[in-house]
Design a protein around this ligand. Structure first.
Ligand SMILES: C[S@@+](CC[C@H](N)C(=O)[O-])C[C@H]1O[C@@H](n2cnc3c(N)ncnc32)[C@H](O)[C@@H]1O
Length: 301
């Protein structure tokens, strides 16, 4: 096992502009903002200037470019420049944890227990894998088997986090809040040089497949319909028109009685009439003829 990077990027510290290694003008920031918005839908707030500087300065250093303007020019010149991937990876925020927003997982378990066909779940912004593995653990527990009739497709735009998820190796402290029974059932503890690390058991790993998918892209390399879609804590980075477009594309990918899970601060009722609330941040398709009370904008059942 190898040491893995945690789900967050290194912290950035504010430096006076004069102490910066590279010149970074307001125009450079505006260019970055427009470029990442077009590529990934990520809408960066004004307050993110320092974060953008520190994350992209690492790229400039890595490839030996001494000016933001030259770096951005070289990206804009060719849409298939491989540096676009590193640029995008640098600007995503990947904070996640096992069983984050824990109230969702018993709802998932109940939902899948009632079903007869093999279960298919899409985790649409999976970051470093803690979320899709939490889904897979829940499926194993629901079916009381390490090989339940189920699969989880985990996607993200960021290729670095997908690689971490695929490896399934984490710092042991990521399991601190997990029951020891669960941790023992689904993880192997590293010894010797690997002490302090845990590895997802192969049975769990086999349930999850990782793939790059940009929610903004015109084509999504997945086929539904899914019993469940997890799309948590990513819509907050998008503006409302982008959120609405993505939600309308979820509709044909969800089974008629499927569930859509959102993050704690995301409210899809403001941007889509296709879904209605079924519980706290859990949505179902709004079928025609269904009672309209639950479609009140901003309301939660
Ligand atoms: C804050 S993390 C949330 C992770 C997980 N869903 C959770 O709730 O713990 C947001 C993730 O969204 C991904 N992301 C950002 N823009 C995206 C896009 N356009 N398409 C797909 N994933 C994107 C980021 O790379 C990041 O891993």
């Amino acid at each position: 096992m190898h040491k893995t990077s945690p789900g967050t990027k290194p912290a950035s510290f504010s430096k006076p502009e004069s102490a910066r290694e590279f010149e970074f003008t307001p125009r450079d920031f505006e260019r970055v903002r427009a470029m990442i918005y077009r590529r990934a839908g990520i809408a960066l707030a004004d307050s993110k200037q320092e974060m953008v500087y520190s994350r992209l300065a690492r790229r400039l250093r890595a490839i030996g470019i001494h000016s933001f303007a030259i770096y951005l020019d070289s990206l804009e010149k060719t849409s298939d420049n491989p540096e676009w991937e590193a640029f995008t990876n640098a600007l995503t925020t990947n904070l996640t944890s096992f069983f984050r927003e824990a109230h969702h997982f018993p709802i998932l378990a109940e939902h899948v227990k009632a079903r007869r066909d093999p279960i298919s779940v899409w985790c649409a912004a999976s970051s470093t894998g803690e979320e899709p593995y939490s889904i897979a653990m829940t499926l194993c527990e629901a079916f009381d088997s390490l090989t339940p009739p189920a699969q989880v497709i985990a996607t993200d735009i960021d290729t670095n986090v997908l690689a971490v998820g695929e490896k399934g190796i984490y710092s042991a402290d990521r399991l601190e809040k997990m029951s020891s029974e669960r941790a023992k059932r689904f993880f192997l503890r590293g010894k010797g040089e690997q002490a302090g690390l845990v590895r997802v058991r192969s049975e769990l790993q086999n349930l999850v497949s990782f793939k790059r998918l940009n929610l903004l892209s015109d084509s999504w390399p997945i086929t539904g319909p899914f019993d469940v879609i997890f799309c948590r804590n990513v819509m907050i980075y998008f503006d409302k028109p982008t959120q609405g477009k993505i939600l309308s594309r979820f509709v044909p990918l969800l089974k008629p009685d499927g569930l859509l899970f959102a993050g704690h601060s995301e409210n899809f009722l403001y941007v889509s009439e296709d879904f209605r609330l079924r519980g706290k941040t859990v949505y179902e398709l709004a079928k025609s003829g269904a009672p309209s009370g639950s479609r009140l904008v901003g309301g939660e059942k």
